[in-house]
Design a protein around this ligand. Structure first.
Ligand SMILES: CCCCCCCCCCCCCCCCC/C=C/C(=O)SCCNC(=O)CCNC(=O)[C@H](O)C(C)(C)COP(=O)(O)OP(=O)(O)OC[C@H]1O[C@@H](n2cnc3c(N)ncnc32)[C@H](O)[C@@H]1OP(=O)(O)O
Ligand SMILES: Cc1cc2nc3c(=O)[nH]c(=O)nc-3n(C[C@H](O)[C@H](O)[C@H](O)COP(=O)(O)OP(=O)(O)OC[C@H]3O[C@@H](n4cnc5c(N)ncnc54)[C@H](O)[C@@H]3O)c2cc1C
Length: 627
């Protein structure tokens, strides 16, 4: 109810207005509304703030820069920079991606050369492709960057390391000497975020600014490795784990809230010619578009909770020096981020499109969500690259499964029990245990299929790297199958262990079955090809899905209401709680800047001569028509 927090209509603001409004609101929220003692920008409070603010600034500062200080800094470095960053007395970003490289980190070109005489690092972007490009909050907001650069000592390269680099004056906010920085311009979304470019030329930083938890450089230039160097990639794992809830589950839940509420209000056409127009939500085709996406919100939420727990447990182990869980966590987080962002972004577009013309209006609030979700398929690890990382781990595990009993998320690769499906009715295929087994078998077969294909190619003389490249599509499918079995399996377990009312558990079980069946029916080629289902059982799977749509239809609005988004955060004429769609759309349109005058003078000057000629002809004074 704090008017300082309420959103003005973002669609009727310029990009620069949105940029400064987002900063005002974010700082207001953080500085005024949060208890100051003890909160951290990545603490549980952020989850609630993120529900209250449509456009944040400082997501990278809070979601990446600060966690990196914790992950890569020594205790002294954390003690120095964390308090400043947590209170926004320094604003930072994570500057890794360059104009010429984003996925292939070993190709990054920014160099940090150690100057022994002055005990400094000299930072350089040797050519235009080395310029840092994309980091959020970097163009106009950040005064520091956590710069990922190639460390060079006496001409020898030591790989990518993290350096704290100040880029703007803390008094004037002007760029420091050797720093060229700015905004990269208009993007598909994130209008309020100043993704930036950063060109560094002979910028000097103290030796102490190398974040030295994992490695350090002594004054004489001696390089010391401390611990598993793979932890240098650790911040990306953490962000991939955290972004699922924040940037995939929540936006998809908002989109589903809007689309389901609108579909319950929008009457269009007849089902029974003798009855009145029906709400479009009564069309099974509409239910088939919307309800599986509602189910995805829940299943992705449950799986993300499990992944966050796994990351938390892993972090405790790393503190004890045990990094053994890192390979599985990397594979799972990379695969989950890629597959759920793919599903989520596609799902948001499906539900937007299900709202017809009004879904194409920014007044629906849906284009904002769809465009932002598209970014999740690219940032924090481009999806294809992440799926291949996941597949790399699966292929290794499949080889290991031939001799060892596997555990963890890949345990099913060493399950050689009979997994044939005996379902005779569509009810059998709604059973959670049957759905889990089907997904495990499909995933196991997909991984083995890709592995076998590559082995055969190598046996026939194809170099392993070429076989990998040629089978990439099968490897990506294997990664998707692995993640689907993980999401279905963890969701079934989570729901079964949930202490809640029987009626709620029934709905959640139905949603889980709907998610699994929708996935089966969308990929039935795999399920038949790998012998998981017969063609007749595929028909039953479709029947099972349609039956669940019918069962869930009466609760559809109640289910999305349970996401509990306020009208202010939805900013949607279609999804407002009161359902007054048409009045809201009309009011929203009238507020458009285009309508601040009855006649748009700038354009009228071009139209006027033609209009006056038309007037004269119609009033009998004008020359004959030119046509
Ligand atoms: C005040 C407001 C507050 C608001 C709310 C705050 C809350 C916020 C919550 C969170 C929300 C976050 C919002 C999201 C914003 C995101 C913004 C975007 C940021 C970015 O995009 S940062 C840049 C991201 N870039 C990447 O991800 C690059 C991807 N590329 C790579 O990771 C690597 O290049 C690679 C993995 C593809 C290849 O690397 P490399 O060549 O070195 O490795 P190989 O493939 O040869 O593999 C070598 C072995 O290393 C293992 N490996 C690879 N990566 C990792 C890893 N990350 N962890 C562990 N191990 C890793 C491989 O598995 C290989 O192992 P093997 O044993 O040899 O097989
Ligand atoms: C909204 C947004 C915010 C961002 N924020 C940040 C930030 O804060 N900090 C930061 O450092 N970066 C940030 N990024 C950059 C982001 O991390 C990179 O864009 C991402 O890592 C992809 O790298 P790239 O852009 O170089 O694409 P590329 O890697 O060049 O990919 C281009 C194409 O090549 C394909 N490809 C690449 N490698 C392979 C491979 N090995 N096998 C098969 N196909 C391959 C990809 O699949 C893709 O189709 C942001 C990006 C966006 C869009």
């Amino acid at each position: 109810n704090d008017t300082s927090m309420q959103h003005r209509n973002l669609n009727h603001m310029t990009r620069e207005e949105r940029f400064s409004e987002a900063m005002r609101r974010t700082l207001y929220a953080l500085k005024v509304l949060l208890p100051r003692e003890g909160w951290t920008p990545v603490g549980p409070e952020m989850k609630y703030l993120a529900r209250a603010i449509k456009e944040f600034t400082f997501i990278i500062h809070a979601g990446v820069f600060i966690p990196c200080i914790m992950s890569y800094g020594t205790n002294e470095q954390i003690a120095k920079w964390f308090p400043l960053a947590a209170d926004f007395r320094i604003i930072g970003t994570y500057a890794q991606t360059e104009l010429g490289h984003g996925s292939f980190l070993r190709g990054l070109e920014t160099i940090a050369t150690y100057d022994r005489a002055n005990q400094e690092f000299i930072i350089n972007c040797p050519k235009i492709t080395a310029m840092k490009w994309w980091p959020g909050d970097m163009g106009k907001s950040a005064n520091h960057v956590l710069l990922m650069a190639e460390l060079v000592i006496d001409g020898k390269k030591y790989g990518m390391h993290g350096f704290m680099v100040q880029i703007r004056d803390l008094t004037t906010h002007e760029p420091l000497p050797g720093v060229t920085v700015g905004d990269i311009g208009a993007k598909l979304s994130f209008e309020s975020v100043d993704n930036g470019f950063l060109y560094l030329q002979n910028v000097r930083i103290p030796r102490e600014n190398l974040l030295s938890k994992l490695s350090e450089v002594h004054p004489d230039g001696t390089y010391i490795k401390k611990g598993n160097q793979r932890l240098m990639y650790g911040s990306m794992v953490r962000v991939r784990v955290n972004l699922i809830a924040h940037e995939i589950v929540m936006p998809l839940a908002k989109a589903c809230t809007i689309a389901v509420r609108y579909s319950a209000v929008r009457r269009q056409g007849l089902i029974n010619p003798s009855k009145e127009e029906v709400p479009v939500l009564d069309y099974v085709a509409q239910q088939h578009k919307l309800l599986p996406q509602v189910a995805t919100v829940f299943m992705a939420h449950f799986a993300a909770k499990q992944l966050v727990k796994m990351h938390h447990d892993y972090s405790l182990e790393v503190e004890k020096g045990n990094t053994s869980q890192l390979p599985e966590l990397h594979a799972l987080s990379a695969g989950m981020k890629a597959c759920l962002s793919e599903q989520g972004a596609a799902g948001a577009e499906i539900v937007r499109r299900a709202c017809g013309g009004h879904g194409y209006s920014c007044g629906s609030g849906l284009p904002f969500i769809v465009n932002r979700m598209l970014a999740t398929c690219t940032y924090e690890g481009e999806n294809t690259v992440m799926q291949l990382q996941c597949a790399r781990y699966l292929i290794k595990c499949a080889d290991q499964a031939k001799k060892d009993k596997l555990t963890g998320s890949v345990w099913y690769l060493s399950d050689f029990s009979n997994m044939s499906c005996t379902a005779q009715t569509f009810g059998d295929l709604q059973e959670p245990s049957v759905l889990v087994k089907l997904h495990e078998r499909r995933a196991k077969c997909a991984v083995q299929h890709a592995g076998k294909k590559m082995q055969n190619m190598v046996k026939n003389g194809t170099p392993a790297h070429d076989a990998w490249n040629m089978m990439a599509t099968l490897l990506i499918n294997a990664a998707r199958a692995h993640i689907m079995q993980y999401v279905v399996g963890t969701s079934v377990t989570y729901i079964s262990e949930l202490s809640c009312s029987a009626s709620l558990k029934k709905i959640l079980t139905q949603l889980c079955a709907l998610y699994a069946l929708h996935n089966i029916n969308s990929n039935c080629g795999d399920f038949v090809k790998f012998g998981c289902l017969t063609s007749a059982q595929c028909d039953l799977a479709q029947e099972a899905e349609f039956n669940l749509l019918k069962q869930l239809r009466p609760d559809a609005v109640g289910i999305v209401d349970s996401f509990d988004f306020t009208d202010d955060i939805l900013q949607s004429c279609l999804g407002a709680y009161d359902g007054n769609v048409y009045e809201r759309l009309f009011e929203w349109a009238k507020q458009a800047p285009m309508n601040k005058t009855e006649v748009h003078q700038d354009s009228y000057q071009y139209l006027q001569p033609y209009l006056h000629e038309g007037r004269d002809v119609l009033e009998g004074r004008g020359r004959n028509s030119k046509l």
